[in-house]
Design a protein around this ligand. Structure first.
Ligand code: HEC
Length: 107
């Protein structure tokens, strides 16, 4: 009896932690961008994009709020960029990417 109770409480607690939206992890966001985007975009605080038409990610915040990308990343990026493949990330990954992007913005 006591045993069952403990397990139940543990389950409820971990559910609460998950739904609190597991801490954003900018480091992981950076890794995702490194893997999927760095072949065209400059993803760091310095450097030029390898693809000359692809904006450096640190400058995106000058065009629109970084939060505006949240939906695009979750639902599939993006409007009419012929060279750019389509990406979709799950909600956790999107949070990590947004956290990373915010950390590198230059204004
Ligand atoms: C094969 C090259 C390539 C890859 C890989 C790529 N992009 Fe791009 N991206 C581009 C180009 C080129 C543009 C600029 C297109 C334009 O301005 O018409 C662009 C533009 C953008 C823009 C600006 C859109 C706007 O309307 O201002 C964002 C944001 C973006 N990319 C995000 C990403 C993300 C996030 C990834 C990785 C998940 C990624 N890109 C991967 C080539 C790429």
């Amino acid at each position: 009896m006591t045993m069952t109770r403990t397990v139940l409480v543990a389950a409820l607690l971990s559910a609460a932690i998950v739904s609190a939206g597991a801490q954003d992890n900018p480091k992981h966001g950076e890794e995702l961008l490194q893997k999927s985007c760095a072949s065209c975009h400059a993803i760091g605080r310095t450097g030029d994009s390898p693809h000359k038409f692809a904006p450096a990610f640190r400058l995106l915040g000058q065009r629109y709020p970084i939060e505006a990308l949240e939906e695009a990343l979750g639902e599939g990026i993006m409007s009419g960029h012929p060279d750019m493949p389509e990406f979709t990330f799950d909600a956790d990954d999107v949070g990590d990417i947004i956290a990373y992007l915010k950390s590198i913005q230059q204004r």
